[in-house]
Design a protein around this ligand. Structure first.
Ligand SMILES: C[S@@+](CC[C@H](N)C(=O)[O-])C[C@H]1O[C@@H](n2cnc3c(N)ncnc32)[C@H](O)[C@@H]1O
Length: 226
């Protein structure tokens, strides 16, 4: 798709963001991040965060969860590791520099995968979602939170203008929901189970996908009546 971001732009952008990220983005993203981590906690014990950033979400989890994080940016991961080293987050098991397009985890490892403010930034979102579906257990969930493209009206016009300038900052404001919906429809093993606005003025959208189980695919047998 025209306008997709490449890996080097992203690495350069987040090397610049890393020292100021918590102060600038922490408060802006907090409500969206909390909505995603709440959903992930309901989905199961073992959770992977894609694009974990500086680890702002570590405080949202507790001893009932095992959290793994990956991120493309070394400076962002270094900050997440500093957070882990404080000893305050024993539920965070590992944080690694890794590209979400190629996850070095075995099939079916996680109950939930969250990506807060990440899927609109990756070069090939459908490839990243395929990888998530692979490392997810049957019945598990992918939870995304983002600002998604308005598609019509004044907001859409402003976003189209802004998108021309935004990529150098590691931002892509022109990402529509229908791209996520189309991925699930084509994947077969995944379904969209929730789409809702979150945060002040509904500025972010939370999308949950569920991985189908063998039981979901089995034909339904109904008892004969009468
Ligand atoms: C807007 S920040 C969000 C960080 C964190 N999720 C939060 O809510 O604070 C986006 C993060 O995605 C990471 N990222 C971008 N592309 C990535 C990729 N292909 N694989 C892994 N991480 C990626 C960036 O390095 C950055 O840390």
């Amino acid at each position: 798709m025209a306008g997709d971001l490449d890996r080097h732009t992203m690495e350069r952008a987040y090397a610049r963001w890393a020292p100021i990220y918590d102060a600038v983005c922490g408060p802006i993203f907090e409500s969206g991040r909390r909505a995603a981590t709440d959903a992930a906690k309901r989905a199961g014990r073992r959770i992977l965060e894609l694009g974990v950033g500086t680890g702002l979400s570590f405080q949202d989890y507790g001893p009932d969860h095992e959290v793994y994080g990956i991120d493309l940016s070394e400076p962002m991961v270094a900050r997440a590791r500093d957070r882990m080293a404080s000893g305050a987050f024993p539920h965070v098991k590992d944080v690694q520099v890794m590209d979400a397009h190629d996850l070095a985890f075995p099939d079916g490892m996680f109950d939930a995968i969250t990506a807060q403010f990440v899927i609109t930034l990756v070069e090939r979102p459908e490839r990243v979602l395929d990888e998530c579906a692979r490392v997810l257990k049957p019945g598990g969930e992918i939870i995304l939170v983002n600002h998604l493209y308005s598609e019509k009206g004044l907001a859409a016009a402003v976003e189209r203008w802004f998108s021309k300038h935004a990529h150098a900052f590691g931002l892509r404001p022109e990402f529509p929901f229908h791209r996520l919906e189309a991925w699930a429809a084509n994947h077969g093993g995944m379904e969209v189970v929730e789409r809702r606005r979150v945060a002040l003025f509904g500025v972010y959208t939370l999308v949950r996908f569920r991985k189908r189980t063998v039981a979901d695919a089995a034909p339904q047998v109904f008892a004969a009546t009468g």
